[in-house]
Design a protein around this ligand. Structure first.
Ligand SMILES: [Zn+2]
Length: 147
C-alpha cells in the first residue's frame, strides 16, 4: 500500500480509503431485480397488482353525526385508466410516436448544392434561405426550387 501511495504521491491513508471504498462497491453490487424480488416485488407481482387495479373501486361514504351511515362502491375510473395505461406501456402497445419525426428529419436533411459554388453541406445564410424555399416532391423525394 505504501508503494502505491509513493507512486501516486498521495497519503497512505487516502490509498487505504480508496481501496476500502472500491471493495465496498464490489460487495454492495446487487442486481436491482434481486433487491426488489427479495422485497416480494417481481414482474408477476406487478402484473397481479395491475390486473387488480384495472378493476379498482372507489368507496364513497356518507356520514352523519360522526358515523358512516351509507357507502357505495363505484368504479375508480382514474385508477383503472392509469393501471391500463401503465400495462399498455409495459407491453409496448403504444404506437411509436418518435419514428415518424426522425424519418422526416432524414428526408429534410440537405444533400444538394443550394447555391452555386457552395458545398452540399454549406449552412451559410444564403444556402439556408435557399433551403427554406425549396419544396420536396412527396414520393421520389426530389428537390425543386420554391415559388
Ligand atoms: Zn452556402
Amino acid at each position: 500500500m505504501s508503494d502505491i501511495a509513493k507512486e501516486l504521491g498521495i497519503a497512505e491513508g487516502t490509498v487505504r480509503t480508496i481501496l476500502k471504498e472500491a471493495e465496498f462497491e464490489t460487495r454492495a453490487k446487487t442486481p436491482i431485480e434481486k433487491v426488489f424480488s427479495d422485497a416480494g416485488i417481481t414482474p408477476a407481482s406487478i402484473a397481479a397488482k395491475l390486473s387488480e387495479l384495472q378493476n379498482a373501486k372507489e368507496v364513497k361514504r356518507v356520514s352523519w353525526e360522526g358515523k358512516f351511515t351509507d357507502e357505495r362502491a363505484d368504479p375508480d375510473n382514474t385508477v383503472q385508466f392509469r393501471a391500463t395505461e401503465a400495462t399498455a406501456k409495459i407491453l409496448g402497445l403504444f404506437p411509436k410516436e418518435d419514428t415518424a419525426a426522425v424519418a422526416q428529419l432524414f428526408v429534410r436533411l440537405p444533400d444538394a448544392v443550394l447555391t452555386k459554388g457552395h458545398p452540399q453541406t454549406c449552412t451559410c445564410a444564403e444556402c439556408c434561405s435557399a433551403w427554406e424555399s425549396i419544396t420536396v416532391t412527396p414520393g421520389d423525394g426530389s428537390l425543386a426550387p420554391g415559388k
